[in-house]
Design a protein around this ligand. Structure first.
Ligand SMILES: Cc1ncc(COP(=O)(O)O)c(C=O)c1O
Length: 405
């Protein structure tokens, strides 16, 4: 929600442990896992690739070679990229659940088409969310025919709560922040023997977060198909990080596919919840304490997932940390673009990607340190559309329908 004094801070951190360009990809995400997820998700009834939109007007204004915006706002009609991971993991988790008899070898596409709903009645899946992940899990559970109980913190907006409940999930509001709701979800699931579908890897809890990352890899797979069809390569990619899952997925997938020719990988975080950046600076996984609230709701995380860290510790070249004010600026700029660029409805996390470039344009030394110049071709991930229309209108001054009729 826009507050009276939105921070317009910006800083960067270079990763001293970044792998040399020729180093082989690191981490637990595998080419086979990515390929399986792409094949499975590509067979879902509602699957369609999201657009990759060039923004030549913005690139010219900022003195950059090219900017391309991968717009995840329309993904499955759910407003963000999250179903790629959350719903894919729902299907994979259900196929593994001991209570789900006889569906161990069933394809995710068959589960998502509801062909085994009768086998899943009575199974409750549990998750915690800042909004988008819970909506994705609720959607996947409903499509498969299972139940979902979603835990959320008490600062989550009314519209985001309603979007989860509209998908038939039971929503439980807990005190504290996102990380507290994750702990509560695991506690309740453990007491009841319910499967958890969470994007944070902690200790032995790895299979589901790995599935989620492999699902997110579809974003990179779609970008790679464009490159294979002759699109010019990217010199830089900027990806937002909450627990780091989507950043790790895109980093790993591009690294595996492009090797030494992969783009420079920059993680984007809010100044209040920069847990990946703090970890890169410390050279080890750091947990932030204190208030991690940010208007970029999906990024309000104080702990980077262990799986994400295993990729980003060497796969990230740098991080950029911005205040919420830049995210709002990015949303407004996408809504009212310069000549030549189409208007785009972007939520707070997505607006942050453009906001980061606007912030860097005012700080040439930082842009130079990241190697950004007139030859740079930049891939931005527009991770969400207007996932809360009222908040969007308050920030941008127009409704989503007025911006992109
Ligand atoms: C819109 C949006 N962008 C980015 C992210 C960050 O994803 P991750 O938590 O995998 O880092 C989230 C997470 O919820 C999100 O909802």
């Amino acid at each position: 929600m826009p507050g009276p004094a939105q921070s317009r801070s910006v800083r960067i951190a270079m990763n001293a442990a970044a792998a040399p360009r020729e180093a082989p990809p690191a981490g637990p995400l595998t080419p086979t896992g990515f390929a399986d997820a792409y094949r499975e998700i590509g067979a879902w009834p509602a699957y369609a690739p999201t657009p990759l939109t060039p923004l030549p007007g913005l690139a010219a204004e900022l003195g950059l070679g090219a900017i391309h915006y991968k717009d995840e706002g329309g993904r499955f009609g759910l407003g963000s990229f999250k179903p790629l991971g959350g719903a894919y993991a729902v299907a994979r988790t259900l196929a593994r659940a001991p209570a789900a008899r006889g569906i161990a070898d069933v394809a995710a596409a068959d589960l998502m088409a509801g062909r085994h709903a009768g086998d899943l009645d009575g199974i409750t899946l549990v998750s915690a969310t800042d909004g988008n992940h819970g909506r994705a899990v609720a959607w996947g559970a409903r499509a498969c025919g299972a139940r979902a109980r979603i835990f959320a913190h008490d600062q989550m907006s009314a519209a985001r709560r309603a979007a989860i409940e509209a998908l038939g999930a039971e929503l439980v509001i807990c005190p504290g922040g996102y990380d507290d709701s994750v702990r509560e979800a695991f506690r309740v699931a453990g007491e009841n023997g319910w499967p958890v579908v969470q994007d944070t890897a902690i200790g032995d809890y790895r299979d589901v977060p790995i599935d989620i990352c492999h699902g997110y890899g579809v974003i990179a797979a779609e970008v790679l198909e464009g490159l294979a069809a002759g699109a010019p390569p990217f010199s830089h990619v900027i990806v937002q990080a909450g627990v780091g899952g989507v950043a790790a997925a895109i980093c790993a997938r591009l690294w595996q596919a492009l090797g030494a020719a992969r783009p420079r990988f920059i993680v984007l975080e809010p100044d209040n919840a920069a847990c990946v950046t703090a970890s890169l600076e410390a050279g080890r996984r750091v947990t932030l304490t204190g208030d991690t609230h940010t208007a970029m709701a999906g990024l309000a995380c104080g702990e980077v997932s262990e799986i994400a860290w295993e990729v980003l510790a060497t796969g990230a070249d740098a991080a950029i940390v911005i205040g919420d004010g830049w995210a709002f600026e990015g949303m407004r700029r996408l809504a009212a673009p310069l000549a030549g660029d189409p208007p785009i409805v972007a939520g707070e996390c997505a607006g942050g990607a453009v906001g980061a470039l606007l912030a860097l344009a005012e700080q040439p030394a930082l842009a130079g340190a990241l190697g950004l110049d007139g030859a740079s071709t930049i891939l931005l991930i527009g991770t969400e559309g207007a996932t809360d229309a009222a908040i969007y209108a308050e920030i941008v001054g127009r409704t989503p329908a007025e911006v992109a009729p």
